[in-house]
Each structure stands twice: as structure tokens, then as C-alpha cells.
Write a protein that binds this ligand. Structure first.
Ligand code: XMP
Length: 512
């Protein structure tokens, strides 16, 4: 059965993915498409509604991102948000210009038309979250203003007959008091969505579809040990059991006990065909003497491919290769190409070396926390499912300078202590990513009565919604103090611990 679908048309806004998440949270399946997607292609997904996102441009600028006016004429309800609202006004021949006063942050919202279906259940006065310099200054024909703020006469507008709605504020951010309700009204009342999309149904449907597609063929899965590839492997295993072989290349730079945990789940809990290649020595050998971060990444990526190639040859011809690609990896942003800052290593380079017919990406449509929910549905341990994101090159990107077995062991211990204390402080689910880094700084310290000259561990903890930008987490001093004291006392060779308070940008999340 085909599920109901909403489309989020992305104009490069900071919150485009968040909108999609909110829609899914309200039980409606939703996909993000770049604003350039041809209208005919949009129609093939038969969306029940379209949401136009925010974006950093002015709609009247020469090279502003604009979709075709046809979008408003398909008979499909449309909700414009921020830039999307202005674009709707612009396309429908209204007027948009620089607002006399821009609004940023929490603003009072007053309903003009309380009868609008968009505002069912919303009180006449509430607060919304704004971030705009332009605004709608002349309503297009057929539209009426349905909400205002002290500095924005058209904070929301509707054309009820054509089911076109627009809000200048951001209903998707939590600071908008009735944001979730407004989105829900749009989805359920205006678009007619039933809101019955559930992760469990999705997992079951995907498994059934995979089983049918694969038939009796053999499938190979490259397990990196991370959450995504583990969930993908378990899903495939549920679909086709022993037709699946998982190849787990352990490069020896995983977090403490991680390799064993992954092996335990795959082998013991799920009884998979599971090959663990203990390739630490090969990786360490190839990395000897290398200090340049990009060179390290290249060596690890290439070594990974070679090791995997050797193993996959033993399996012979397979029908499919499974990859743990998730939705943020496949979304093409409306904002255009972005610069490559680091050459990411993941299993993306494998297709060239494996003899197979087709790639399967069972998590392709899921966001990270949906992957976690799918993992729980599939019966994977919570501890494994809730692990932090971990880069393909592992601790290699968190050890500055040359990589040695002693440094890996030292960092594994320090990192485990940090993770332990964050869990004790019950902050583990609220922080997007947190880890320890072994810097290449040595400095003088004093321990007992003696002078030390030891390494500095840096701690990093960030919150982020998309890993493109991030803020450091204000971890309470008591927690930091405990982590620092435990690391210095329990991990030999460390005499100093520092906390990284840099945002991204200008910093990146990893150090390298
Ligand atoms: P940066 O350091 O670029 O990291 O701010 C952004 C996110 O990407 C992760 N990361 C990687 N993930 N392969 C991956 O699969 C890689 O090579 C890689 N390098 C960085 C990083 O942990 C953070 O979540």
C-alpha cells in the first residue's frame, strides 16, 4: 500500500530538515526535495500537500531561488514558511520588500481571522518565532491576512479557495507556541492526511519489500560498526536471514569495546553470517609515520577497500550490496553545492570492488533518530542504538599526529570515562555528539611530589540538528571537573584536560 506523502520544497533554509522531521512526527511521511525539482516529477509522488521552506535570499533578487508558479495551481494545498511565504506572495503577484523593521526571535502573534482552518485551537494571542528582513507588503488577489505581529501586518495569509497558506514565522521551531498545532492543522484538516505513518509499519513494509526483491540471491553488507550499518544489517537479516553475509572490518580504532559489542549483537543476538576481519595491524602499518589528517583519511579509506575486497572475493558473486546510507546523506539541498571540507570516509567507495548487481539502502529515507527508532523496533540493544555518531576513520581523526597502539589505547580509556560520566549526568540523549580527543600537546604538570610531562586530552560536546553547524554544550562545571579528575587519575600519560568551547563554524566537530 502506498503511504500518504508530503513534499517539503527546500529553498536553502536552516530549518528545512526540521520541518520534515516535524511532519513525520505528526505521523505523515514526508520527503525533502530541492526547489529545482520539475513539477511533473513532484506529481509522480502524488503529494497531499507541499511546504515551501525558508531561505536566506530575497525573492525579488535577480538570482533568487524560485519554483514554478504552477506549484500553486496544481490544486494541491501549499504552505509557505518565511521565505516560502514571501515566494507565494511574489508568485501570486503580491508585493514583497524589505520590512521597515525586521523581526528576530520571539514576537507576539495576533490572529486576525480566528476562523482560519490553519489556526483551529490557536489562541487569539500567542508568541511565534520570527527571523526576517523582508515581508509581504501587498496581498496577492484572492488572499486575506489572517495574523499579524506589531511590526508585520501579514504574519500569515490564506487563499481558502485555492488552499494556499503562508506564515512569515517558523511553526517548526519550538519557540512558536502553537507551531506544532498549526502544522497539524495544515496536514490533517487542510491536506486531509490521516497521520497514520508509523516507524513500526515502515520497518515491516520495508522488510517485506526487501524479501520480495531479493528472492533467493546472496547479499553482502559492509558493517562499519556504527548505528546505521548495524540497523541496516539487522533489517536485511530479518528479511533474508542467512542469505546475508556481514563483513565487519575492524580497523582497530573503534571506541572501547565497540568491535566486540557489534560482534556480540550480530553473532549472538541475531545469529548472522558474520565475518570479523581483525585488520588492526594492516591499518597501523599503513599509517606509520603519517601525521597529515587528509593523508590519514586517504590511507584508511583505501586500506578499508582493499581488506573488504579480499573478503568479498571469498563470498563470490552476490546479488546486492547493502549500505547504511541515511536520509541526510541523500538530501540534495536547495542551497546548491557546498564546499568539501574533509574527504569523508564511509562505505560509499565500495561499489567499485565488489562483484554485485545492485545497491540496497534500506535506511535511505530515514533521519538519524528514526534509524534509532527502527533499531529499537528490530530488537537491537538500546545501548548500541543510542551510541554517538562515529566517523568512519574512527579514533584516527581524534588522535593528532602519528597514530600508535599506545595512543589508541589511551584515547579509548579517556573517551570511555567521558561517555560514562555524561551518561551518569543523564546528558547522553540531549547531546548530539561528545567525545575525547588526544591532542599533540605535551605540557608540564605535577602529580604527587613529581614533575610530569604528559599529554593533553580535549573534550568536545556539541548539539546540532544537521552536523553542518553546531554549538558547544554548556556542560556543568561539576561534571567537567569529575571527568577531568577521573581521566588524569585513571589514564596513564595524561596530566591535563581542556574543554573545547568553539562553535561550528568556525571550528569543525572533529579536531583532526
Ligand atoms: P566535522 O568534523 O566535519 O564533522 O564537523 C561533521 C560530522 O561528520 C562526522 N565525520 C565523519 N563521518 N566519515 C563519516 O562517516 C568520516 O570520514 C567523517 N568525518 C567526520 C563527524 O563525526 C561529525 O558527526
Amino acid at each position: 500500500m502506498k503511504h500518504q506523502c508530503m513534499i517539503v520544497l527546500d529553498f536553502g533554509g536552516q530549518y528545512s530538515h526540521l520541518i520534515a522531521r516535524r511532519v513525520r512526527d505528526l505521523g505523515v511521511y514526508c520527503e525533502v526535495k530541492p526547489y529545482t525539482v520539475p513539477v511533473a516529477q513532484l506529481q509522480t509522488t502524488q503529494p497531499l500537500g507541499i511546504i515551501l521552506t525558508g531561505g536566506p535570499n530575497s525573492v525579488y533578487a535577480d538570482n533568487a531561488p524560485r519554483c514554478s508558479k504552477e506549484i500553486l495551481e496544481l490544486g494541491i494545498p501549499v504552505l509557505g514558511i518565511c521565505y516560502g511565504a514571501q515566494l507565494m506572495a511574489y508568485l501570486a503577484d503580491g508585493g514583497v520588500g524589505a520590512a521597515p523593521v525586521g523581526e528576530y526571535g520571539r514576537v507576539d502573534l495576533n490572529l486576525i481571522n480566528e476562523q482560519s482552518p490553519l489556526f483551529a485551537g490557536v489562541t487569539k494571542q500567542s508568541t511565534c518565532w520570527m527571523s526576517h528582513t523582508d515581508s509581504i507588503q501587498r496581498l496577492p488577489a484572492g488572499f486575506e491576512a489572517i495574523a499579524q505581529t506589531p511590526n508585520c501586518p501579514v504574519a500569515a495569509m490564506e487563499n481558502k479557495n485555492q488552499k494556499l497558506y503562508a506564515v512569515q514565522f517558523h511553526p517548526e521551531v519550538q519557540h512558536t507556541q502553537f507551531g506544532q498545532m498549526i502544522l497539524d492543522n495544515f496536514l490533517k484538516t487542510i491536506c486531509g492526511c490521516t497521520g497514520d505513518w508509523r516507524m513500526s509499519g515502515y520497518v515491516e513494509r520495508t522488510i517485506a519489500a526487501l524479501r520480495e526483491k531479493i528472492g533467493t540471491q546472496k547479499v553482502i553488507c559492509a558493517l562499519s560498526g556504527g548505528v546505521d550499518s548495524t540497523v541496516a544489517a539487522v533489517m536485511l537479516h530479518r528479511a533474508i536471514g542467512k542469505q546475508l553475509t556481514c563483513v565487519f572490518v575492524d580497523h582497530g580504532m573503534l571506541r572501547k569495546n565497540e568491535g566486540d559489542d557489534v560482534e556480540r549483537v550480530c553473532r549472538d543476538t541475531f545469529d548472522m553470517n558474520f565475518i570479523r576481519v581483525n585488520a588492526q595491524d594492516v591499518f597501523l602499518n599503513n599509517l606509520r609515520g603519517v601525521i597529515d589528517p587528509e593523508a590519514k583519511r586517504k590511507i584508511i579509506g583505501e586500506t578499508f577497500i582493499r581488506v573488504f575486497e579480499q573478503e568479498s572475493k571469498k563470498i563470490g558473486k552476490v546479488g546486492f550490496l547493502v549500505q547504511g546510507t541515511i536520509y541526510p546523506d541523500v538530501i540534495e539541498s536547495g542551497a546548491g553545492d557546498s564546499a568539501v571540507i574533509k574527504s569523508h570516509h564511509n562505505v560509499g567507495a565500495l561499489p567499485d570492488v565488489v562483484d554485485f548487481d545492485e545497491i540496497i539502502e534500506p535506511l535511505r529515507m530515514l533521519f538519524k533518530d528514526e534509524v534509532r527508532r527502527a533499531g529499537i523496533e528490530l530488537g537491537i540493544d538500546e545501548a548500541l542504538v543510542w551510541r554517538q555518531p562515529f566517523p568512519g576513520p574512527g579514533l584516527a581523526v581524534r588522535i593528532l599526529g602519528e597514530i600508535t597502539p599506545a595512543k589508541i589505547a589511551l584515547l579509548q580509556e579517556a573517551d570511555a570515562i567521558f561517555r560514562d560520566e555524561i551518561a551518569i549526568a543523564k546528558m547522553d540523549r540531549a547531546i548530539s555528539q561528545y567525545f575525547a580527543v588526544l591532542t599533540n600537546i605535551k605540557s608540564v604538570g605535577v602529580m604527587g611530589d613529581g614533575r610530569t610531562y604528559d599529554a593533553t586530552i580535549a573534550l568536545r560536546a556539541v548539539t546540532t540538528s544537521d552536523f553542518m553547524t553546531a554549538e558547544f554544550v554548556p556542560i556543568p562545571y561539576e561534571v567537567l571537573a569529575k571527568v577531568s579528575s577521573r581521566i588524569v587519575n585513571e589514564v596513564g600519560g595524561v596530566n591535563r584536560v581542556v574543554y573545547d568551547i568553539t562553535a561550528k563554524p568556525p571550528g569543525t566537530i572533529e579536531w583532526e
